[in-house]
Design a binder for this molecule. Structure first.
Ligand SMILES: [Zn+2]
Length: 55
């Protein structure tokens, strides 16, 4: 099962969730640490693609 990395902007912590639904809206994800919805997806699997424009 794929699990996704998230970063909470409220408490600056990262967490991972296993999402089975195709639409993994970050809006619906609540931080397990503080319960905030100010989370963004880290895209650990794709971080290499987005962070490396040239090279
Ligand atoms: Zn949090």
């Amino acid at each position: 099962m794929p699990h996704y990395e998230f970063f909470c902007n409220a408490c600056k912590k990262t967490f991972s969730k296993i999402l089975t639904i195709p639409e993994h809206d970050a809006d619906k994800i609540a931080c397990p640490h503080c319960g905030s919805h100010e989370v963004e997806q880290s895209w650990s699997a794709f971080s290499a693609v987005t962070s490396r424009k040239s090279a």
